[in-house]
Design a protein around this ligand. Structure first.
Ligand code: NI
Length: 172
C-alpha cells in the first residue's frame, strides 16, 4: 500500500525513531509499503518516520534507470565508519521542490539488520553513501535542510513557504 509521505514542517519528522526489537509480519508489511511508496514517488530512499512510523528502518535503491532494481532494507542501521568528504546536491521526498548541496562523508560503512534479522555490512560510496547518511539522519529527526548554513536555511524557508502555498492551491 502506498502511504502518504509527510512533508516539512510536519513535527512528526523531527521525532527520534526507536530501534526495532523484533521483526514481525507487521515489520515486513511496513517495509513492503515503504518500498512501494519510495518507488511510486519516485525516490532513492525512504525512512519510516517519513510515513509517520517512528521505527529505525530505511529503504534505499540507488540503481540507475536502466538497471535492475536493487532494494536495500536496513533495520537499526548504524554508521560504524566514515571517511572523506563530499558536497553533492540532495533532495528529499519530505521537502518537495527543493535541492541543495550538503556536506557528507564520501564513504561510510553501515551495519544493519535485513528483513531476515541477519546483520549485514554495507561499504558504500558515491550516491549510496549519501543515501545512507541522509536516511539515517531521518531516524534521528534530522532533515538535509538542517545541515544548511543559517543564511541558506533562511533563504530555504522563504522559498519553501511559496512552495507550500503553491501545493495548497493545487490541492495536494
Ligand atoms: Ni529524505
Amino acid at each position: 500500500m502506498i502511504r502518504r509521505i509527510l512533508t516539512y514542517p510536519d513535527p512528526e519528522l523531527k521525532k527520534k525513531s526507536a530501534p526495532v526489537t523484533v521483526i514481525t509480519d507487521a515489520t515486513r508489511e511496513l517495509v513492503h509499503d515503504m518500498a512501494e511508496t519510495m518507488y511510486d514517488a519516485p525516490g532513492v530512499g525512504l525512512a519510516a518516520p517519513q510515513i509517520g512510523v517512528h521505527q529505525r528502518i530505511v529503504v534505499i535503491d540507488v540503481s540507475g534507470k536502466d538497471e535492475a532494481p536493487e532494494l536495500i532494507v536496513a533495520i537499526n542501521p548504524v554508521i560504524v565508519h566514515a571517511d572523506g568528504e563530499s558536497y553533492e546536491e540532495e533532495g528529499c521526498l519530505s521537502v518537495p521542490k527543493y535541492a541543495a548541496n550538503v556536506r557528507r562523508h564520501a564513504e561510510v560503512v553501515v551495519k544493519a539488520l535485513n528483513l531476515e534479522g541477519e546483520e549485514c555490512t554495507y561499504r558504500a560510496d558515491d550516491l549510496l553513501a549519501i543515501a545512507f547518511q541522509h536516511e539515517i539522519d531521518h531516524l534521528d529527526g534530522t532533515l538535509f535542510v538542517d545541515h544548511l548554513s543559517p543564511l541558506k536555511k533562511s533563504m530555504f524557508r522563504k522559498r519553501y513557504q511559496r512552495t507550500l502555498e503553491e501545493l495548497q492551491e493545487s490541492g495536494r
